[in-house]
Structure formats: C-alpha cells, structure tokens
Ligand binder design. Structure first.
Ligand SMILES: Nc1ncnc2c1ncn2[C@@H]1O[C@H](COP(=O)(O)OP(=O)(O)O)[C@@H](O)[C@H]1O
Ligand SMILES: [Mg+2]
Length: 337
C-alpha cells in the first residue's frame, strides 16, 4: 500500500522544512565565500580534477559573444556532447546532443535543431537567461554521459543521476533520479523526473515519488523502480563523502552519474539541496543530521577526526533502510562507544 502524507504529518516525523534547512544547515555549515565553487559548474569541474575526482570531460568554454563561432571547432571531434549554462540550475538551459543529422543536431529526445538555433541558445546562456540571479554566464560544453545498462529498464532517455546529501562529509540521505518522457532526458524533479529513495547501507532502491505521488513503477517503462541494486555503491558513497574536502562546504547535495565507460562521475554540487529527497525516502533528514552532529561533537571532545572511509562506514551503519520497512519512526540510535 502506498500513501501520501501531508507535509505537516511528515514534519512530525522529523522531516526538515526549508526554514530549518536554511538556518541550521545551509547558513551554519556553508561559508558564503565558498559558494562560487559549487554555483559555477566550470569551477566545480576544475576543483574536482585538481582533487583527482572524475567528472565528465570538458570540451570547451564559450564566454563571450565573439567566441560563439568557436563552437564548431570545439565540437568538431565529437558526434555527441552537452551544452550547459555554467551557473544554471534545475536542468534549465541544458542541451543534450546525442547525434548529428545532415548538418544539424539531434537532441537526446529526438528533436532536430539547426546550427543557428544552437548559436542562439548559446547567446541566451551568455546573456544570463538561465543563471542564478540573471547574471552574465559562461557556456560549458562537455562529454555526454552514456548511462550504464543497469538503468535501461527504469529510465526513459537521458541520464539518471544519484543525489547524495552530505553533512560534514557524512552521507545522510540518497536518491536516484530517473528521467521520464516528460523530463526531456534530464533527471531534475521539477522537469518531471522520478525521485527514488536509496538505502545508504546497500545501494538498493526504495519507493519512488513522481510529481508528489508515491509510485512503484516507472510511468514510461512500467518496470518496478524498487529493489534495484545500484552498482559500485561504495564507490558512490566515497565520491560523495570526499566532496567535503573538495568544496569545504559542510552541507551539500552531490549529484553523481554512472557512465557506461567511465564509471561514477561527479556532475555537480549543490549548496542548497532540495528537500524532496525525504519524500522519496519516506524519512526525515533532521534525525540523521542530528546523529551526525552528535557524533562530530563526540569526536571533537576526543580530539579525533575521521577519514572518508570511516565517514562512509558510519553512514552505512546508521542510515540503512530495511526494504519495505514501516515508514520512518527513525530515532537517532545511541552513539557508538
Ligand atoms: N554531461 C551530461 N551528459 C548527459 N546528461 C547530462 C549531462 N549533464 C547533465 N545532464 C542531464 O541534465 C541533468 C541536469 O544537469 P546538472 O549538471 O545537474 O545541472 P542542473 O544544475 O541544471 O541540475 C542531469 O541530471 C542529467 O540528467
Ligand atoms: Mg543537477
């Protein structure tokens, strides 16, 4: 039986609301001067590369109108690629080109677009149409991720991504986001993608949420979204946890993808990760965050810090979910000795 709870009822279970997220986590743990690293995807990529973390390869950057004619030479060696606003959000302004067709381009959802249309799109990105606050922006052209075969049956076109929220480098909640026909190949929930909870201990998927309803089948492929084992789950957890060192930000949403050839890659980091992940997991963030905070306080008292692997082990020990478990009455478990 699936059911929909009101936000109020969820709050009673320790679901984090936007005010608490902003005051107790975003403002407290994320220093303002570090925001540019995550709010600009080009900077994030440069940071990740410097830290030895895999990301989709950057093919080129266009930062002025007069550089728009560099586009042809940037993409000449590739038949597929992605054009995106460096400071975009929510999947807006992203063009995923899958193929070429008689001098034109074919997007992942099959739309044919002309060269002029791409140039116009690039010009719109530069003018700030998709950037946070409408500021002038840069255009990033990068490797197109081909999703791992595992996602074929539960995804419609495009690339699913895995969002892991980390507090001080401890993964606290995860969600697999699956593109649908409606989301145009993008894995953003407000474009119409599905969010599916993930058991942090095992990487097994839980139930899904689509357009604010709990679902158990993908609407386009009709395959169940629950009980799918994500491959290399420890690899994902480790990558996500290591983004604390990379960014210096204490409360982030790490977006990862699994490329058929290159394995787990970091797509982007978010300093104000959304709260819908709680609906997908049927569990609140508050209790999990409190447990990490208690643990950190205990470590501090003992003059200790933990490595990435120790942090991942802590999260896997405490934030696993039993498949088909009763909805969260999650209480912080007692601190380990
Ligand atoms: N290099 C890529 N290859 C294939 N799909 C991509 C690529 N980059 C982004 N996408 C798709 O677009 C979605 C949004 O991309 P992302 O970089 O996270 O930007 P945003 O900040 O707008 O969410 C991703 O979840 C993925 O589905
Ligand atoms: Mg994203």
């Amino acid at each position: 039986m699936f059911f929909w709870k009101t936000w109020k009822a969820l709050q009673a279970q320790g679901v984090m609301g936007i005010n608490r997220r902003n005051a107790d986590y975003v403002l407290k743990y994320n220093k303002r001067h570090l925001y540019p690293v995550v709010d600009d995807k080009i900077l994030t990529k440069e940071r990740a590369i410097a830290a030895g973390i895999n990301v989709p390869e950057m093919y080129g950057i266009i930062d002025t109108e007069k550089d728009i004619d560099k586009f042809d030479s940037i993409v000449a060696p590739y038949s597929d690629f992605v054009v995106k606003p460096a400071q975009g959000a929510g999947g807006d302004g992203i063009l995923v080109i899958a193929d070429r067709y008689e001098g034109r381009y074919r997007t992942v959802s099959g739309k044919i677009i002309s060269h002029e249309e791409i140039e116009h799109h690039i010009s719109s990105i530069l003018s700030g149409l998709y950037s946070l606050g409408g500021h002038r922006d840069r255009v990033l052209i990068e490797y197109r991720v081909t999703p791992d075969e595992i996602f074929k049956s539960i995804s419609y076109e495009g690339v699913p991504d895995i969002r892991i929220i980390c507090l001080m480098g401890y993964p606290v909640m995860g969600m697999l986001r699956l593109p649908t026909r409606q989301s145009g190949g993008k894995a953003n929930l407000h474009q119409g993608a599905i969010g599916v909870g993930v058991d942090l201990a095992t990487g097994l998927t839980l139930k899904g949420t689509w357009l604010n309803n709990i679902i158990n089948k993908h609407p386009d492929t009709t395959n169940p979204v629950e009980g799918v084992q994500l491959p290399d789950w420890n690899g994902f957890m480790t990558l996500a946890a290591s983004c604390y060192e990379l960014s210096g930000l204490g409360y982030i949403g790490v977006d990862l993808v699994l490329d058929q050839d290159k394995g787990p890659l970091i797509l982007e980091l978010n300093a104000r990760p959304g709260l819908n992940i709680q609906i997908a997991n049927d569990t609140g963030l508050t209790a999990r965050c409190h447990l990490v905070e208690h643990h950190l306080a205990a470590l501090k008292k003992a003059g200790k810090t933990e490595t990435v692997d120790e942090r991942v082990a802590f999260s896997q020990l405490h934030f696993g979910a039993q498949l088909n478990a009763e909805p969260s009455d999650t209480q912080p478990s007692p601190e380990p000795a």
